[in-house]
Design a protein around this ligand. Structure first.
Ligand code: ADP
Length: 629
């Protein structure tokens, strides 16, 4: 039966009873005694109605009593009837007032009970036997047992509670309440952790009659706490065990100092560089909370305490402000993590170069936990500086040696055309001093003087260019043509030594990209070496054969082959500087040839021929077809 139906029933019953009492009062011979029964009506109405309705009912009942009295006994002398009438009225009034009070007390209780229902926490009331006598909706939702299933059951039997029994008992006994954590099983068997508050219930005499408890599920929170604790422990063990320096600092004051001093919109990094005093003041506000042992040694501190609380970051040597300004600006600008190389001053005064990685730890108050990882790169930087110094020294030494080579090269290269010029000059003089001067021969000699002179001038020009710029001059070179031109320069030498010179090629024009004068220098060098190697050969033809062919990888190979003495010893050795078997030799020619060829992406090597003499070969890259035009 719902509330409305119950209410209707009660109203009907109250009406019937009222009518019956009124009838009895009016017509029965009981003379007013019946009116007391109106109390039943009032109590009935009080069950289901408001205080106002109770008041109206009481007033109505009093009125009916008075009507019945007036009807039956008006004018009767004062006697027992009048007393009964008075008693009835008092009883009705008292019942009305008490019912009204009871009504409001019950309203308050109902509201409180409703509040308990509304609570998300579980509210359970137990009697002195631990049997459940109240079970709110929160309990129903959390434990999975409905109210009907839970009421009357032993709380521990139902929920398999695990809690410090003794502690709870003594707290309840002594203080009347207990709060703490306990674990319980839900209906599906899963165990949950609850933050619980228990209150001892007492009867008016002060005897314990059970417990009222309110609990909240903190399983998830506990799990998150444990997880956070585990992460913190993991972090701590990494922090303490790391081989590189780590420290954790509070940047709250640094951040607020910068925010208070810098107006929004300015370029923070530039501003801090322009205001080094603010930068230093800000850095001095950093408070180091924790450091690992690597950080202690990085800063040369005697103990952890020497760094804690201090501002490690304030130890910035002059000149390093810009790096710190950039670092701060980037972090304050919202960078999640930042990496910078900075210079600190250790407590010992030693400058320390450190590669810093700075980031705010997540889950903490902004700027309150900033983690700095620092890799000590001082040694690396010192090694780098040493290396740079050594390289500079080496470069200097190389320059000196190149200059030496260059001088030797000039001497070597110019020597040959100069002797040719002298020889041709003498010949020309002889041709002209004849009784009948041979003009043709004299002109021929002069031509040779001019070409040898230009060659010497070219060598010197190129040597100067090399000395100035250290670069080769690349141009398209027709290799076949260049070989013929080069042999023309040593034609006389060859003739004098009775050497037959031959040039062979695969029939096609081969273009290379290179330095014409330098390649010519190589060709002349190799040819003169070959001529010199054949000077003492008498038992076979003295042949100098220069051939070239395009081989794999778009390169051309030039072979300078002679029928001379061959190379004594390791053929690779002859390219080393100062290796010579000649009395007047310098041992520089082939070393310079190698430098020239390698500078033009080629290779040079020597082999002894199977029969007689040696072949010196070099390769050069062939000009790609599309670049030939
Ligand atoms: P130099 O000609 O001043 O000795 P080079 O560097 O030109 O210097 O030559 C180094 C040495 O290599 C020569 O002294 C010689 O012994 C050897 N050599 C070079 N070319 C030949 C060759 N075609 N046949 C035999 N030996 C050679």
């Amino acid at each position: 039966m719902n509330y409305r139906q119950r209410r209707r029933l009660v109203v009907a019953a109250a009406s019937v009873i009222t009518f019956a009492i009124f009838a009895l009062d009016l017509w029965s011979p009981l003379q007013g005694a019946v009116a007391v029964l109106y109390i039943i009506v009032i109590l009935l109405v009080a069950q289901i109605s408001t205080r106002r309705a109770v008041l109206l009912t009481g007033a109505g009942c009093g009125l009916l009593t008075m009507i019945a009295f007036a009807f039956d006994h008006m004018g009767d002398p004062f006697g027992s009837v009048t007393v009964r009438f008075g008693v009835s009225l008092v009883a009705i009034s008292a019942a009305t007032l008490l019912s009204m009070r009871d009504r409001s007390a019950r309203t308050t209780l109902a509201e409180q009970a409703r509040l308990l229902e509304l609570s998300h926490d579980t509210v359970i009331i137990r009697d002195s036997n631990d049997d459940i006598i109240y079970w709110n909706e929160g309990a129903q939702a959390l434990y999975g047992w409905s109210r009907d299933e839970a009421l009357g059951r032993s709380c521990d039997g139902l929920l398999h509670s695990d809690f410090p029994v003794e502690e709870v008992r003594s707290a309840l006994e002594q203080e009347g309440h207990w709060s703490g954590e306990l674990t319980r099983a839900r209906r599906d068997g899963t165990r949950i952790v609850l933050a619980s508050r228990w209150l001892l219930r007492r009867d008016p005499e002060g005897n314990a009659i059970g417990v009222i408890e309110s609990s909240a599920d903190v399983t998830e929170q506990k799990r998150a706490d444990a997880e956070r604790q585990r992460s913190e422990q993991r972090y701590k063990s990494i922090f303490n065990g790391a081989a590189f320096a780590m420290w954790e600092a509070d940047w709250t004051e640094l951040h607020s100092h910068i925010c208070n001093n810098v107006s929004p919109g300015v370029d923070l990094a530039d501003w801090l560089v322009d205001h080094p005093e603010t930068l230093r003041e800000s850095l001095a506000r950093v408070c180091v909370r924790d450091v690992n042992s690597a950080a202690i040694s990085l800063f040369g501190a005697p103990a952890r305490e020497a760094l804690l609380g201090n501002s490690t970051l304030a130890r910035v040597p002059p000149g390093s402000e810009a790096q710190f300004a950039n670092l701060l600006a980037a972090l304050i600008g919202g960078a999640d993590m930042i990496e910078y190389e900075v210079r600190y001053v250790a407590l010992s005064g030693r400058p320390v170069d450190a590669l810093l990685r700075v980031r705010q730890l997540p889950g903490a108050e902004p700027w309150s936990r900033v983690l700095v990882m620092a890799l000590d790169v001082t040694e690396r930087n010192e090694a780098r500086a040493r290396l740079e110094k050594t390289s500079a020294e080496l470069a200097h030494a190389a320059r000196i040696s190149t200059l030496g080579q260059l001088t030797a090269s000039i001497a070597h290269e110019v020597n040959q055309p100069l002797s040719a010029i002298i020889t041709y000059g003498k010949s020309a003089k002889r041709w002209l001093s004849r009784s009948e001067p041979d003009m043709v021969e004299a002109i021929n000699c002069l031509d040779h003087i001019v070409s040898n002179g230009s060659r010497a001038a070219d060598v010197i020009t190129r040597a100067r260019t090399l000395a100035k710029r250290g670069q080769v001059e690349m141009e398209k070179v027709d290799l076949g043509k260049l070989i013929v031109e080069s042999l023309a320069l040593i034609e006389r030498e060859a003739r004098q030594n009775r050497i037959v010179m031959r040039v062979t090629n695969s029939g096609e024009d081969v273009l290379v990209m290179g330095d014409r004068v330098q390649i010519q220098q190589v060709l002349v060098n190799l040819a003169i070496n070959a001529i010199q190697a054949m000077r003492d050969v008498d038992d076979r033809p003295r042949e100098l054969h220069i051939g070239f062919e395009v081989v794999a990888d778009a390169t051309v190979r030039v072979n300078v082959r002679d029928t001379g003495s061959g190379i004594s010893g390791d053929p690779a050795q002859i390219f080393e500087p100062f290796v010579t078997t000649k009395r007047e030799g310098m041992g520089m020619g082939l070393s310079i040839c190698r430098t020239i060829i390698e500078a033009q992406a080629g290779r040079i090597y020597a082999v002894n021929n199977a029969d007689h003499g040696a072949t010196i070969s070099f390769t050069l890259p062939v000009l790609a077809a599309e670049m030939r035009q």
